[in-house]
Design a protein around this ligand. Sequence first.
Ligand SMILES: Cc1cc2nc3c(=O)[nH]c(=O)nc-3n(C[C@H](O)[C@H](O)[C@H](O)COP(=O)(O)O)c2cc1C
Length: 371
Amino acid sequence: MKTKLQLQQKYSLNASVTLQNHLIMAPMTTWSSHEDQTVSTAEIEYYGARAKSVGMVITGSSHVQENGVGFANELGAYDDRFLPGLTELAKAIKSGGAKAILQLNHAGNKALPKFIADADVVSSSSVFAPETPFAPGQIPRSLTESEILHVIEDFGEATKRAIEAGFNGVEIHGAHGFLIQNFLSPHYNQRTDSWGGNLENRLRFAIAIVDEVKKIAKKYADPSFIIGYRISLEEREADGLRLTDTETLIEHLIAKKVGYLHLSLGDALTDHEHSGGNNEPFIQRISKLVDHRVPLIAAGSLNTFDRMASALDNGLDLVAVGHSLVANPDLFSQKELPLTLSKRTINSIHLPKKMFETIKKLGVFAFTFSD
Ligand SMILES: Cc1cc2nc3c(=O)[nH]c(=O)nc-3n(C[C@H](O)[C@H](O)[C@H](O)COP(=O)(O)O)c2cc1C
């Protein structure tokens, strides 16, 4: 059984990047960027305070196109005007010894119409997207072929900005039902052109983005630049994305030599296939498939040191931590990691006030609140 001490040991992510420990800060939006989506001082302090605890900090999602915004006061990455703030952010993360990764996203059919010109919400197809705690139920517009190519290029442009800003890498957000998953999904992708239909076509968008990001990194960054990819393994819809589809995607991503694969799970120790299959936890099944060909990370309720260590025992290379780091910035100094937030202590834990208030108002997370 691995222990807290083993979590604290260094990890070689690739030939030239060593992480200071086995923990990763899971990407978490802060709802705290300025109204113009530039980085705020509160965000710099929040990330800086957590960067000492982990080997790598993945920022909350940043949108690569103006109409790709998934959260209020989300980081923007679609224009050069974001560069000064992103540069400060990368610096704050690296000053804690962690590698700095910018998460790149287009929210697709879950984008927020109130922040988008003409409420022009786009997706792979014009299929109704049900309401979520973050986005209204809505029918998006189907992207044209030339718009698809433009989105792909904009993932590349945002990568170029991440490089200029001093980030050590980017994470392509292929999870959570956002645009990339809208293309992978047989439910949401009803296209009849070469971007839809069979699995090979549905995978094209994700793979084209990986190729574009790699092309830009090769041109502008040194070979240590990290290109990670985040995945949701399945969809709930009866005709939605299935594990076998995702396993094919994973094989492609390994062939493309992505810097790491990052599974987004509810409970990383127990989640397993819900449509047929057996009860083998995803992390065991996927780690067998990946077989250390690329580093494998997962997030999901790994909120005690025992659970984190257990996840490594069950096949993960690295452990991503969300809630616990929000509430406990200096992770290893503590024995227990309570998920309690209080307005009284937000300054001492460097939690942006807007983030605290939004989390409390939404009421969908696992935090408890005290006075
Ligand atoms: C406040 C909050 C914001 C989040 N924002 C993002 C995000 O921007 N991008 C993303 O991929 N996941 C996001 N997530 C999901 C986390 O990355 C993580 O997968 C999830 O919280 C499960 O890990 P945990 O149980 O350790 O918190 C968010 C989670 C929380 C709690």
